[in-house]
Design a binder for this molecule. Structure first.
Ligand code: SAM
Ligand code: SF4
Ligand code: F3S
Length: 472
């Protein structure tokens, strides 16, 4: 979501040891170490877990050898994501053999999917906790400490953790995630998420706005509203009977301050309304960027995927976005080699990408997931080498589209938010435009700080990054 470079994003590589902060033995007697895999929702959940554990006197550490508890917050979206977690668990097992008191817990979507099987398969796992059960962590840790195997994988219809203030684990101090809803009611036939995350539910809008206000008061300048399908956010204030749609919620968050940028992820194309588009267009601080996953450009395949839109309907939605928000960045998710996909279907995907002129795409080959509708109904009949060849063709198209998109920005002027040092050169700033492109520019003697806004003119580019110079 944060990269400009279009490439195959493998969620399993996004795993990160989080916890660059407080490690004071006077505050915390015990420490946990957590690695998060998968989507932004999982990273955001790890921050909720950190908050729950802090209240119990358990502080975060980024040194695994120092931890009394090791957690893996896992992802099940593709087979490879699960393989990576299993490999990591094997490494943790070695650590546990050296330190018998150490507890190892599996959190997140793989915990939910495999439940107690995980305890049987991975003998040295002590805790298995699904995404809706994090409040029971203290009790489960206590049970595990007495040598029992502790499991809670109950899914909830109303848990949103709305009262929990997340501890920002690996934050740059400028941008933060705010989870606005949980679960998913769509039944895309390839997708495991409805089974691992349960029914969709929207968080109390007042707590979302309060979280945004708190972040802004602490110097944050950008929030990303998170959900699997943010456009179906719907919450009713029972005191006033006011219905808060996603458009209204965005507006409320945008009104926290014109200096607070608002982003969101992810949109299901079927639910993104004109109301949402006009709200984005109305507020300068709601970023002109929409992640609009197409998955396939073939109407026949889209039907099998149960995406509920056709190719034509999707492309008309892209037109509508460009009409209402002229300078809008659009990105996508694409799957190659779904069941029965022909070369013609594959070409339909390529032409739909070209029509949509995506700035960026996350591209995958289809990975059959146990229990999904596709696994039950259709044969996974496209050979792996065909899936991979088609994926490579899709990646090549996106590389070209990203390069062309960057070339279109040459000579244009943008307001950017400075996120921190450039990774390649600490004499340069890394900043981001509203339409989600990274612009690198020299620090010089301008006295900017991370979190400041600047106005830049794009003077050159490569396929991944724009280079800018300051405009007086
Ligand atoms: N809720 C979002 C949506 O509707 O687009 C994102 C869902 S998922 C976390 C992110 C992406 O993973 C999907 O958009 C899809 O492209 C991909 N994905 C999901 N299941 C997959 C599977 N079985 N094989 C390959 N890719 C998959
Ligand atoms: Fe999965 Fe579809 Fe829900 Fe996205 S909208 S999480 S792809 S079921
Ligand atoms: Fe993975 Fe679960 Fe997210 S399956 S992509 S971590 S919702």
């Amino acid at each position: 979501m944060q990269e400009l470079d279009s490439k195959i994003i493998d969620e399993t590589k996004q795993g990160e040891a989080l916890a660059p902060f407080v490690n004071d033995p006077n505050i915390y007697q015990k420490h946990f170490y957590i690695e998060s895999y998968g989507c932004a929702m999982n990273f955001s959940d790890s921050e909720i877990v950190a908050s729950i554990l802090n209240k119990e006197g358990i502080g975060a550490t980024n040194i695994m050898e120092e931890a009394d508890l090791i957690f893996l917050n896992t992802c099940s979206i593709r087979e490879k994501a699960e393989q990576t977690v299993r490999k990591r668990l094997t490494e943790f097992r070695k650590e546990k053999k050296n330190r018998p008191g150490l507890l190892i817990g599996v959190l997140g979507c793989m915990a939910e999917r495999l439940k107690t099987k995980l305890l049987e398969e991975e003998k040295l796992v002590d805790l298995v906790i699904g995404p809706d059960a994090y409040r029971s962590l203290p009790q489960l840790i206590a049970e595990a400490e007495t040598g029992q195997k502790a499991v809670n994988v109950l899914l909830s219809r109303d848990e949103t953790y709305s009262d929990i203030s997340p501890i920002r684990l690996s934050s740059n101090g400028v941008s933060a995630f705010i989870s606005i809803m949980r679960g998913c009611n769509n039944m895309c036939s390839f997708c495991v998420v409805p089974f691992t995350r349960g029914r969709e539910r929207s968080r109390d809008a007042r707590s979302i706005v309060a979280e945004a206000e708190d972040l802004f008061s602490r110097g944050f300048k950008e929030v990303t509203l998170l959900g699997q399908n943010v456009d179906s956010y719907n919450w009713i204030n029972e005191e006033t009977n006011e219905e808060i749609t996603f458009a209204k919620l965005m507006e409320k968050v945008a009104l926290v301050s014109p200096k607070l940028r608002v982003r969101f992820s992810t949109s299901h194309p079927k639910d993104i309304t004109d109301d949402v588009l006009y709200t984005i267009a109305k507020y300068h601080n709601i970023c002109n960027y929409i992640h609009l996953p197409i998955q396939s450009g073939s109407t026949r395949v889209l039907q099998l995927m149960n995406r509920t839109y056709t190719r034509e309907w999707y492309l008309a939605k892209v037109d509508r976005i460009r009409q209402i928000i002229p300078d809008c960045g659009i990105s996508s998710d694409v799957i190659s080699g779904f069941c029965t996909e022909t070369e013609e279907d594959h070409q339909d995907t390529i032409t739909a990408m070209e029509y949509s002129k995506y700035d960026l795409s996350y591209m995958y080959f289809y990975s059959e997931r146990p229990g999904t509708l596709a696994e039950k109904r259709y044969e996974d009949d496209i050979p792996l080498e065909v899936k991979k060849r088609r994926l490579q063709e899709i990646v090549d198209v996106q590389y070209r589209l990203s390069k062309e998109s960057n070339e279109r920005d040459l000579g244009k002027t943008y307001e950017v938010l400075i996120e921190g040092n450039s990774k390649k050169n600490e004499n340069d700033w890394m900043s981001r435009t509203s339409h989600n492109k990274v612009i690198i520019f020299p620090k010089g003697n301008h006295g900017f700080q991370k979190g400041d806004y600047a106005t830049l003119k794009v003077i050159s580019c490569n396929k991944a990054t724009l280079i800018g110079e300051l405009v007086n």
